[in-house]
Design a protein. Structure first.
Length: 449
């Protein structure tokens, strides 16, 4: 099998690269999506780190470096908060979830203005992994981001065992294997570097070993990785542990078992679902997850399978070349949940920068990104974004109330906010899946595959 349409593929690579560059904030932040109501004005550490990794792999050195500068500025502005978190954890009195670093920030580095499912550790692991990979890939001096790298090591080493929301901002009472995968990748990447020295390096090593042991002993069932500790289910994000995070050998029994199970249970007509009980926008298939599967297949030596993933993801583009967060394609897991989400937040996020970045990343892994793109010279790190005030930032953030944007919302982290998910036909825990009463916003149309 070859790529379905090489011209369209090349055009989509260029469109993706340009779109991400055009939408990147001058301060370095990558918006999750330019005009999707719930994401507008925000940069997630998770999305951003994978976007930067895709750009870095495509030779867009300056763009990726600017994002890592932004991350470093945010972390340095929150230095006092990180110190409080680590000191409390060492004293055996961990701070509450609300005091932890949020999953997303405004472009100027301030925390969110809206209620959100904010305590997520994976993005901090992902940034650590991605910035080291970027520095290695382009022979850059990691010292530029050294202080923030150190702070992140302290934060993760102190708190990695805590349950928190997952990649999909759900189930904050669980310890998620994809979250642990990001944390492990970040700690492993940072541990051997000169910017992480002495006792901090030992802590990073010890934490990485402990995370790895938990993944091996408690993060598997039936020969594959699982969604969270105690579950036997899968999650589409798990292929990331094989590639690009590389914390599970893609050709080991566990690596092969995980890909086989994902293909068996979550891959349908070329596209990958998040998980079988997904109800978000009805539960469609995600181009970015399909690209993650493609990366894992490529790492296993299955180039044809990886190309099939690239083809499918590329086929979800709108006529103007924009890639959505997910597609309907007549294959939603629970169609009854589509309209309530459209009513609440509008049509599916399109373009989603993370989708474009994963497309770029897979294309680069397949050597399909033009070598004509010369790395741009890296300028010295500019001044950090103004950032939040040091420790009061998260406490002062308004909007941490019962009401999310546009209607009633389960309270993040509160069991009283858990909807009757059996009746709702889907998710089984707290978080994004527990939307209760969508607002009466006007319906829109969705990008279809
Ligand atoms: C996804 C997150 C993502 C966010 C922004 C959410 O719908 O579940 O993984 O970080 O959108 O793209």
């Amino acid at each position: 099998m070859t790529i379905v349409n090489a011209h369209r593929h090349a055009a989509l690579v260029e469109h993706s690269r340009q779109l991400i560059k055009d939408l990147q904030d001058p301060g370095g932040a990558y918006p999750a999506s330019s005009d999707f109501s719930a994401y507008q004005g925000y940069c997630w550490f998770r999305d951003g780190s994978f976007i930067a990794d895709g750009m870095s792999a495509a030779g867009e050195v300056a763009s990726a470096s600017a994002f890592f500068d932004w991350c470093a500025g945010v972390l340095e502005a929150n230095r006092e908060r990180v110190c409080q978190v680590t000191a409390a954890a060492r004293a055996g009195q961990p701070l509450p979830d609300q005091a932890m670093l949020p999953a997303r920030f405004q472009f100027d580095g301030r925390p969110g203005q809206d209620d959100w499912w904010d305590f997520q550790l994976d993005g901090y692991g992902a940034w650590l992994w991605a910035v080291v990979a970027h520095a290695d890939r382009h022979r850059l001096d990691l010292a530029r981001w050294g202080e923030a790298v150190g702070l992140t090591v302290d934060y993760l080493a102190s708190s990695w065992e805590r349950p928190c929301y997952d990649w999909w901002e759900e189930h904050d009472d669980k310890v998620h294997i994809s979250t642990l995968g990001c944390v492990l990748a970040g700690l492993k990447a940072a541990a051997g570097r000169a910017v992480v020295a002495g006792e901090r390096a030992e802590r990073a090593q010890a934490a990485a070993q402990a995370v790895e042991a938990v993944i091996r002993r408690q993060g598997t069932a039936d020969g594959h990785l699982v969604k969270w500790i105690g579950s036997r289910e899968l999650d589409g994000s798990l292929s990331a542990l094989l590639a690009p995070l590389a914390v599970v050998d893609p050709n080991s029994e566990l690596g092969r078992g995980t890909v086989a199970a994902l293909e068996d249970q979550l891959l349908v007509e070329g596209g990958v679902y998040r998980f079988r009980a997904d109800t978000f926008f009805g539960g469609g298939r995600w181009p970015l997850l399909t690209c993650f599967l493609g990366l894992a297949r490529q790492a296993q030596g299955n180039r044809q399978g990886a190309l099939a993933c690239l083809d499918w993801a590329g086929g979800t583009a709108t006529p103007s070349g924009d890639l959505p967060e997910q597609v309907d394609g007549g294959l939603l897991l629970d169609r009854s949940w589509k309209q309530p989400w459209v009513d609440r937040w509008g049509p599916v996020a399109t373009p989603l920068l993370w989708s474009h970045a994963m497309y770029l990343r897979l294309a680069a892994a397949l050597d399909l990104v033009s070598a004509a793109d010369q790395p741009e010279p890296v300028s010295p790190r500019p001044p950090a974004p103004s950032g939040p005030p040091q420790s009061a930032a998260m406490d002062a953030a308004p909007g941490r109330s019962l009401m999310g944007r546009g209607g009633a919302m389960a309270v993040p982290g509160s069991s009283s906010g858990v909807a009757d998910t059996a009746a709702a036909g889907g998710g089984t825990g707290s978080g994004r899946s527990d939307q209760t009463a969508p607002s009466d916003r006007t319906a829109g149309t969705e990008a279809e595959s």
